[in-house]
Design a protein around this ligand. Structure first.
Ligand code: RIB
Length: 335
């Protein structure tokens, strides 16, 4: 693999040598606790990859990478459109990767992009921690985290204010008279899921409504689990008058399940989603609009600033979501 030393990381060597990053680190630091066979293998790979030689200017491939967690979720193509808009104008090409919501898939995609000598990459993480991303950030490889964060304060990020968006959604339902609000939550290992849950809790607390964890269903941002969980809940007397879903695809699942159970929206149950993906308007979904296209554009602009060394310190951009009122909510008691 002909990679400039600027892109060869401990994890690149580890992957090629078939050992852990910790072993590579011990070998390169001449620690005794490694067998001579493994030591030689690691040193051989490091030599072949020119690791540690004076940093040569990376070849300008004018190619960047984009990694998303789930291409089947309409949120991500719109995010990609914003990125592509900027990359096309600036004469860059994108290699697109789908991690299928897995750390393994995400890590393999990162290594493949490095092999293709991309000048930088935009990553929407599938999980909240990824050592490979930490290593690239430490190595000052041009990388922007988009929409979802990992626990690394040195990373450059573009996101929207998830807590505020969820708070506005639940406050809207409370102002419509709802006090028993089911929350279809996002993944607990993602900041977007956690921050929206916190926004839900903040609105309840501010209104003096007791938090009932029985009214929180942990989802994975997918249609299927929201459909199944809502269908199961709808088999008995409904313990809620409204649903706040952490994204639109889960709101669609809840909508489908309630409709099949003969439960009228918004007459019997009010429904609010999150994202405002293209199909939300088709079904009249009241939702929280994320500035999806702008998030993509901002991420690509930030990445090009990193690639061209125009950014000295880590940057974080946080955009504002907004409520979009359509036809899936009704005031309590309204006919
Ligand atoms: O619908 C997919 C969700 O994952 C969106 O809400 C987006 O914010 C991402 O976190």
């Amino acid at each position: 693999m002909n990679m400039s030393s600027a892109k060869v990381t401990l994890s690149t060597i580890a992957a090629k040598a078939g050992v852990s990053v910790a072993t590579v680190s011990r070998v390169l630091n001449d620690e005794a606790s490694v067998s001579s066979e493994v030591r030689e293998k690691v040193r051989d790979v490091a030599r072949r990859l020119d690791y540690g030689k004076p940093q040569r200017r990376a070849r300008k491939t004018r190619v960047v990478g984009l990694i998303v967690p789930d291409i089947l979720n309409p949120f991500f193509p719109l995010l990609t459109k914003g990125i592509e808009n900027v990359s096309k104008i600036q004469g860059y090409h994108i290699i697109f990767c789908d991690s299928e919501d897995s750390l393994k898939g995400e890590t393999e995609n990162i290594d493949k992009l490095l092999d293709f000598e991309v000048e930088g990459m935009v990553v929407v993480p599938s999980v909240g921690e990824n050592r490979r991303i930490d290593e690239l950030v430490t190595d000052h490889f041009p990388l922007v985290l988009l929409d979802r964060m990992i626990n690394n304060e040195q990373s450059c990020t573009v996101s929207a204010d998830n807590l505020e968006g969820a708070y506005q959604a639940v406050k809207y339902l409370i102002n419509m008279g709802h006090r028993r609000i089911l929350h279809l939550a996002g993944p607990a290992n993602l900041n977007t899921g956690l921050d929206r849950l916190q926004g839900y809790q903040k609105a309840l607390q501010e209104a003096g409504i007791e938090y009932d964890e029985q009214l929180v269903i942990n989802g994975g941002f997918h249609f299927s689990e929201a459909y199944e969980e809502t269908r199961r809940t709808a088999q008995g007397p409904l313990p809620f008058t409204a649903i706040f879903s952490a994204n639109d695809t889960m709101a669609f699942g809840a909508f489908q399940a309630l409709k099949e159970a003969g439960i009228d929206i918004p007459g019997k149950v009010s429904l609010v989603g999150y994202d405002d993906i293209p199909f939300a308007s088709t079904m009249g979904l009241t939702t929280v609009a994320q500035p999806i296209y702008e998030m993509g554009r901002n991420a690509m602009i930030m990445l090009l600033d990193l690639v061209n060394e125009r950014i000295a310190a880590p940057q974080q951009i946080v955009l504002r979501p907004s409520m979009v009122l359509r036809s899936t909510c009704q005031r309590i008691g309204e006919l």
